[in-house]
Design a protein around this ligand. Structure first.
Ligand code: PTJ
Length: 245
């Protein structure tokens, strides 16, 4: 870790940079992940680096959707593995859902390193991509999935995504829950539920919300009342209000 003092006004943001840099150094995070992280930081700055009401609304809908799923799966890429391994594992435990490694940038051994990293943090079941089954409508490395994981899933949790796979999953009639600080991204627009928040803040809140939703018929009501388009509009309006003073 770097020697940033705790008293530094941007301490938290700087520790997240450290986590991503460590991820790259350990071979978990793609070097491209640094650029993705920088883009996320910029949007986090614009939303005030806090979980805003539009994100809280999406977290409630995400909890409802994941709790109602028959076969939820948590997709893990190199950025989220470096930033929030413990929260991913907790999410898997509260949902009784498997984690599945799925990365965009093909690099030798990185998928295995992500798996080992999650196991080191306490994960018991981590599915790996296979060539047995493939997602339709997508050409990148993300098409390789596990038959008992993303391939079979009815709801897939895909934080920090790059767009193409979200579109493919939706075309395959799967629901997608994402966390993306950019409310204008293709993923944000195409997902069923988009939490516009930093994944490190959103994941603990999502786990907490899921615990309150278990066996709760209110989940269906929450979902029926939810509009992802409206939530994204609220996020954009918030950014524009902040930008104008
Ligand atoms: O490990 P891989 O190969 O699967 O690659 C992972 C990355 C993230 C590099 C890959 O999926 C990618 O290139 O993603 P994009 O297209 O840059 O999109 C990532 C999105 O996540 C962007 O819209 C960012 O604003 C957003 N983002 C970045 N950091 C965070 C974030 N959203 C929430 N929390 C963050 N900490």
């Amino acid at each position: 870790m770097s020697d940033v003092p705790k008293s530094h006004p941007r301490y938290l943001s700087l520790t997240l940079r450290d986590a991503i840099v460590n991820g790259v150094e350990q071979g978990i995070t793609s070097i491209h992940g640094l650029i993705a992280h920088g883009r996320g930081e910029a949007y986090d700055y614009l939303i005030g680096e806090k979980t805003q009401p539009f994100a809280k609304e999406a977290i409630r809908a995400a909890a409802a959707m994941l709790c109602s799923a028959k076969h939820p799966v948590i997709s893990v890429n190199g950025n989220v593995a470096a930033l929030a391994p413990n929260d991913l594992i907790e999410l898997g435990q509260v949902l009784k859902a498997p984690l599945e490694v799925n990365i965009f940038h093909t690099e030798s051994g990185r998928e295995q390193k992500i798996r080992e990293h999650l196991i080191k943090h306490g994960a018991s079941k981590v599915l790996m991509p296979t060539t047995e089954v493939k997602l339709s409508y997508i050409d990148s490395n993300r098409k390789y999935v596990h038959p008992d994981g993303i391939y079979k899933a009815d709801v897939v949790f895909v934080p920090l995504e790059d767009g193409d796979r979200c579109e493919a999953l939706r075309k395959m009639d799967k629901d997608v829950v994402t966390v993306d600080l950019n409310p204008m991204s293709r993923t944000a627009k195409q997902a069923s539920v988009t939490i516009v928040d930093n994944v490190v803040r959103a994941l603990p809140l999502l786990c907490k919300e899921i615990k309150t939703f278990s066996d709760n018929p209110a989940a269906q009501e929450t979902l029926a009342a939810y509009s992802n388009e409206a939530v994204l509009q609220e996020a954009l309006q918030h950014i524009s209000r902040c930008a104008n003073g």
